[in-house]
Design a binder for this molecule. Structure first.
Ligand SMILES: *Cc1c(COP(=O)(O)O)cnc(C)c1O
Length: 396
């Protein structure tokens, strides 16, 4: 006798989602919640949700639990009311610019910003009728001239790339606040070293692709600020399709759990390497805010806590010597990102600053012999052994 057909039909069983029963014992770590959509029990629930009477999620582009968990944690770290997870650091910047600028408005950007940020403002926004002005974030007085009647937003980086100049955030805020202009600070190079919002910034941007993720396996960005500002940006970020996905948020949350110890260790390593590099005869110059000779050392000593950061740049004199060093290093790869648990190096004139002219490099003090290290959490002695060995093969 043939089997009686199962009910429901196998096709139905296959297609239907499983029952998700909450456990009496909740999971210790947040579950990765990939669902793109959430279920309404009835129409009253829909109304209650849209009237703000009930909290929850509907559609993942607008919000999902892993993004909310990540945002809450980063907001707490920055001393902010709210945060928004975006698909990348550039997505976070785009969302901010799209939400705060309109045709005819102006944005003031500091010189030497991350290359794509400059490209976004100077290249892309200009197509939509938004013009920009430049200022020097280490000299707030230069911002006074850059502010025009239609300037709506000022954008700076805590620590610049690759010369690691420290923005005077408090000095900039003293100008933007009375003028009613928003001050945004890209804090990617300096997580936990200071809190730009406490210094007077209105919004913080992070590329969580870097130190927050910490393992070079996440592409994600964050915007951090007041509930009002984030509330204004969030729907625009969703409309332009810029929000972050659950898996990257989940990975970034996992990365964050060790950020404090990674940052502390990497800062200590970087300080040690900076001192040793400065003393090496094959090195012409070292840029590190923890060194007394750095132009912003006094400001860094006053405003940064727990170290001077994981980034160190140094000059070996020429492109050929950079090439020889890269070939001689055994364990420090040329991988043009930053913030990984392991040490990597980058060469600004062939990657991050490749699109600029030699004149633009010269104006910023960037040379073809300049190397940027993103220092990781290895033992400093092993890092130095690799660097010292390779530098010694260069000669003077
Ligand atoms: C990498 C980076 C960005 C862009 O972040 P993505 O996640 O790559 O989009 C912005 N600012 C700084 C300082 C960065 O290093």
């Amino acid at each position: 006798m043939p089997d009686s057909p199962p009910s429901p039909d196998p096709a139905t069983t296959c297609a239907r989602p499983p029952r998700v029963d909450p456990s009496a014992t909740p999971p210790l770590v947040p579950p990765l919640q990939l669902s793109t959509v959430y279920e309404f029990a009835d129409l009253d629930r829909v109304d209650a949700f849209y009237q703000g009477l009930e909290q929850g999620f509907v559609y993942a582009r607008d919000g999902h639990p892993n993004a909310a968990q990540l945002a809450a944690k980063v907001a707490r770290l920055e001393g902010a009311e709210a945060a928004l997870a975006c698909a990348s650091g550039m997505a976070a910047e785009s969302a901010l610019l799209l939400a705060t600028l309109g045709q005819g408005d102006r944005v003031a950007i500091s010189e030497g910003l991350y290359g794509r940020t400059t490209l976004l403002v100077a290249g892309e926004l200009a197509r939509f009728g938004v013009e920009h002005d430049l200022f020097d974030a280490t000299r707030p007085d230069t911002l006074r001239d850059a502010l025009k009647p239609r300037t709506r937003l000022v954008f700076a980086e805590t620590l610049s790339n690759p010369l690691l100049r420290l923005a005077d955030v408090a000095g900039l805020a003293a100008i933007t606040r009375p003028a009613g202009v928003l001050l945004a600070v890209d804090h990617t190079f300096a997580p936990l070293l200071c809190r730009p919002l406490a210094l007077g910034a209105d919004v913080v941007v992070h590329s969580a692709t870097k130190a927050i993720g910490g393992h070079s396996d996440v592409t994600l960005g964050l915007l951090v600020g007041s509930r009002a500002l984030i509330g204004r940006v969030a729907p625009i970020a969703s409309t332009f399709g810029l929000t972050g996905n659950p898996f990257d948020c989940w990975l970034a949350l996992r990365g964050l759990s060790t950020l404090a110890v990674r940052a502390e260790r990497a800062s200590a390593n970087a300080r040690e390497l900076a001192g040793r590099l400065e003393a090496h005869r094959a090195v012409e110059r070292v840029h590190y805010p923890g060194l007394p000779g750095h132009p912003d050392h006094a400001l860094a000593a006053r405003t940064l806590a727990g170290g001077f950061g994981a980034m160190v740049s140094f000059d070996v004199g020429s492109r050929d010597r950079v090439d020889a060093l890269i070939r001689a290093l055994g364990h420090i790869p040329y991988a043009p990102s930053l913030g990984d648990v392991s040490t990597t190096l980058s060469h600004p004139t062939t990657t991050s600053h490749r699109s600029q002219t030699p004149e633009q490099w010269a104006r910023q003090g960037i040379t073809p012999g300049l190397i940027r290290l993103s220092v990781g959490i290895e033992a400093a002695a092993d890092l130095w052994a690799d660097l010292d060995g390779a530098l010694n093969r260069l000669g003077t």
